[in-house]
Every structure is written in structure tokens, then in C-alpha cells.
Design a protein around this ligand. Structure first.
Ligand code: UVW
Length: 329
């Protein structure tokens, strides 16, 4: 075993201490005691074949932010760093390496970023509540040295390929963007589906557009940045229950946290949508998805369903991953 594999083996302490009882609905055990991919179990070969039938125009939309220092970034997450290890210019300028393969020139670059820092999936090991992660795994399974020995984002490396529906709540409510701290609840979602004239199929992934990402301004001061994030509209708890009732297999938004940033009920548990989705349901959350162009096209042809292809990077033991989600209409 390599040192890291050895460390991972040693880290598998597996189950919870029993401190936490999921609140309301939960999927623990639904796909087996050892399950690590949650609601993505709902998408199989038949569902992927069905997703291909949603492709009609052949248009492709990238739903990713550019990954650079200008993107929306919480203060705990440093800006991405992109630098070069070798360039053709080094060779043109006659650096020692130019002599190794005369005439041949190349550029190599390197990148460093917080995995939660741009358009991304939150894996199940991203959050825990009272020492506990999805399906009852103990928080101690994620360590600084060994990473996530269970529930890593790499478990999803063949996932997030299936049918998807855009809920353009901003357009549906006639408030684009939605107002600060708007709670997207079950009624708002159902109204949006009705106005779009579309329906959800069990196993669908769902994208929820608030329009709030368009307000991001990379030149803001730190106070204004906090003002921006702390006003994020987003899903309320009833929207998580709606996802569960409809067997939604993943949900993503154009905001930092999917959920409304200030809790609906200050006395309830913190980050109730993160906990309800990632811990209780095994429902992956996607953040900072760029939905405006896709939404305009959906409004044009009144078709809000399409195929989504958005697997994470295969980084063993990571708790999230940047992605370039592709919507294929
Ligand atoms: C947290 O909620 C901690 O992070 P994010 O919103 O990026 O998932």
C-alpha cells in the first residue's frame, strides 16, 4: 500500500457515534448500508437513454464560470492560481532546456484552487451535522492527512449524466434577479413548473435559476462582497422536501450555497438545506452554475428539459469538485 492508501485504510472508522438522528425525510439505507452516491442511484441506463431523447436542437451550453481571480469567492477561499512551468518562449529565449530537443517547443501550466471555489458539486463529505455524514458515516472519516475515506467526490465519477429540468424561478416570478433573501419554497417551484409547461420525471436533475449571479461584481470591496453573499436568495427547507417527493437526483443553482443564505428559522439547525440534502437525503448540491444563456434559450423555445453531462473530476478523497457542466438541448 502507498502511504496515502495506508493512511486511508487506517482512517476507516466507518459508522457514527449515534449522536445524530436525521430530521424529517431521509434516505439512509435506501440503497444499502454502504451506499455512497445517494440519489444518483436513481439514474441508470434506462434513465440515461431517456435523457438522450430530450436532445432535440443539438445546442450545447456550458454552465461553468471562468475559473480565475475574478469569480465570486467567499473570503475563506483563496483565488485560483494559474502559472506556467515551461513555455515555448523559454525555448525561444534559449533557456537551457532549449538544447534538449532542438526545434521542439512546448507550454506546460499548473493550477491551484479551492475545490469549492467556482462552479462545482458539493459531495456528501462536504458537510456533516453532529459528527455525522450521509448514510450514517462518521465525520472522523474525513481527515486532513487522508482526505475523505468514504463519500469522496470520486465516487461520483460516472454520475451526473441524465435528464435535467431548468426551473427559471426568476423569470417565472417576474423578478430577475430574485430579491435578496427570497426563499424558494415548494409553492414557487410548483408555480414555476406550471408556467414553464414542463413536468419532473423521477430521477431528473434540477437547476434552479435565481438570476443573482449576474449581480456579482469582481471589483467590490470586502464589505460589499459579504453583503452580496449574505443576501443570496435560495431554496428553503420545503424545496428539499419537494425534491425528495419527486425523486430529484441532484439540484444546482446560480448561487453560492443553493439555500437561502440567512436561515428561514433562526432557531432551527444551521444550513438546513445543506444538512437536509447532503446529510439526510444524499442529494448532491451544485453551486455557482451559470444559467442565464440556457434560460434564455429555454424561454425562446419553451423547452426546459435537456440532457445534462456534469461528472466531477476524479480526485480521490476530495469533498467537492469544480466542473464544466454541459446542457445538451
Ligand atoms: C458551505 O456551505 C460551508 O459551503 P458551500 O455553500 O460552498 O457549499
Amino acid at each position: 500500500l502507498s502511504a496515502v492508501s495506508w493512511a486511508r485504510e487506517m482512517c476507516i472508522r466507518d459508522r457514527v457515534s449515534g449522536a445524530y438522528e436525521p430530521e424529517g425525510v431521509n434516505n439512509w439505507g435506501r440503497w444499502g448500508d454502504d451506499d455512497q452516491i445517494g440519489t444518483q442511484n436513481l439514474i441508470g441506463n434506462e434513465q440515461r437513454r431517456n435523457a438522450a431523447r430530450a436532445v432535440q436542437s443539438g445546442k450545447v451550453f456550458s454552465l461553468a464560470l471562468p475559473i480565475d481571480a475574478n469569480g465570486p469567492r467567499f473570503h475563506t477561499r483563496p483565488a485560483p492560481l494559474h502559472w506556467f512551468l515551461m513555455t515555448g518562449s523559454d525555448q525561444v529565449a534559449g533557456s537551457p532546456y532549449a538544447a534538449v530537443d532542438p526545434g521542439f517547443q512546448w507550454n506546460d501550466d499548473m493550477f491551484q484552487m479551492p475545490l469549492q471555489g467556482s462552479t462545482q458539486w458539493d459531495g456528501f463529505a462536504h458537510v456533516m451535522y453532529q459528527d455525522t455524514m450521509y448514510n450514517g458515516y462518521w465525520a472522523g472519516n474525513v481527515t486532513a492527512f487522508g482526505g475523505a475515506s468514504v463519500l469522496g467526490i470520486d465516487k461520483h465519477r460516472e454520475n451526473f449524466v441524465g435528464r435535467c429540468v431548468l426551473l427559471d424561478v426568476a423569470r417565472s416570478e417576474g423578478l430577475d434577479p430574485l430579491e435578496r433573501l427570497t426563499v424558494i419554497d415548494r409553492a414557487m417551484i410548483e408555480r414555476c413548473l406550471e408556467r414553464h409547461g414542463t413536468t419532473i420525471e423521477p430521477c431528473d436533475m434540477v437547476l434552479v435559476r435565481t438570476g443573482y449571479l449576474a449581480l456579482w461584481d469582481s471589483t467590490w470591496s470586502p464589505d460589499e462582497v459579504m453583503y452580496y453573499f449574505s443576501g443570496s436568495p435560495g431554496l428553503g427547507v420545503s424545496a428539499v422536501y419537494w425534491c425528495n417527493d419527486n425523486d430529484v437526483s441532484a439540484v444546482a443553482t446560480d448561487t453560492i450555497a443553493v439555500e437561502v443564505f440567512q436561515p428561514e428559522d433562526p432557531d432551527a439547525r444551521r444550513y438546513p438545506v445543506h444538512v437536509g440534502a447532503l446529510v439526510d437525503l444524499g442529494l448532491p448540491l451544485g453551486e455557482f452554475w451559470v444559467l442565464d444563456e440556457l434560460a434564455a434559450d429555454c424561454a425562446d423555445d419553451s423547452r426546459y428539459e435537456f440532457m445534462l453531462v456534469a461528472p466531477p473530476l476524479n480526485i480521490p478523497g476530495a469533498v467537492g469538485s469544480p466542473i464544466n457542466p454541459i446542457a445538451l438541448k
